[in-house]
Ligand binder design. Structure first.
Ligand SMILES: Cc1cc2nc3c(=O)[nH]c(=O)nc-3n(C[C@H](O)[C@H](O)[C@H](O)COP(=O)(O)O)c2cc1C
Length: 208
């Protein structure tokens, strides 16, 4: 039985994209799991992307296809990732989620596994508020939320700057974006991807 995980992200400078790749890698490591990686549509005008340096950074993941609201129903599990904007998810991800009214009314995501991850500029700039707020939409869709338990001991690391929380994996890009997702953060992301896939597989087998 093949089980499908979709990893759907927005990223302006590549940090959330790198976390998405690690989550996809973790999910792919589970036998019988097919993983699809998607990004949501950009809304920021081209000149703003150019002046903020994002245009150059976005070239690294320009090959990732756009997510489709209509194809969400094909997934058994969906992991959503968004950078923090003022302590919340970004407008691009909100815009995508706000197009899911139709599938919400038909209950098409009810019973699917849902999980979230994020990236912030600073250590206390809203990782947890972003993740918790993100989960609320998934709960409205009736998704079964999977987080990251502390059995993944990378979350206990306090020897340096690191993201990672029970609500979802995360990374800290630095206010000047000079940091990249570190090994600890990437391990937590892989753990989350694996766990999402394993739980979705268990649910699917239970239904068969
Ligand atoms: C408009 C705007 C608002 C932001 N708000 C926050 C914030 O509230 N807290 C924070 O730590 N970082 C904030 N940031 C920094 C982003 O979260 C950071 O650039 C992002 O996590 C990098 O991820 P990316 O490379 O995937 O785009 C903000 C950035 C922008 C452009």
């Amino acid at each position: 039985m093949k089980m499908k995980v979709q990893v759907i992200f927005y990223s302006m400078y590549g940090h959330t994209y790198r976390m998405a790749e690690a989550i996809a890698e973790g999910a792919r490591s589970v036998e019988g799991v097919e993983v699809e990686l998607y990004q949501v549509e950009e809304l920021v005008p081209d000149d703003v992307l150019e002046s903020s340096g994002a245009k150059k950074e976005r070239a690294a993941f320009a090959h990732v296809p756009l997510a489709s609201v209509d194809r969400l129903k094909e997934a058994d599990a969906i992991v959503f990732g968004s950078p923090t904007r003022f302590g919340m998810i970004c407008a691009q991800m909100r815009n995508f989620l706000d197009q899911t009214g139709g599938i919400w009314s038909r209950g098409e995501l009810v019973g699917k596994v849902g999980s979230v991850f994020t990236s912030t500029g600073t250590q206390h700039g809203g990782q947890e508020t972003t993740l918790i707020g993100f989960i609320v939409t998934l709960l409205h869709h009736g998704m079964i939320i999977v987080g990251v338990p502390y059995t993944d001991t990378h979350q206990l690391y306090v020897g340096g700057v690191s993201g990672g929380s029970p609500y979802g994996s995360s990374t800290i890009s630095g206010p000047d974006r000079s940091l990249q997702p570190n090994d600890n953060e990437l391990e937590i992301a892989r753990f989350q991807g694996r766990r999402v896939a394993e739980i979705a597989l268990m649910l699917l087998k239970g239904k068969a």
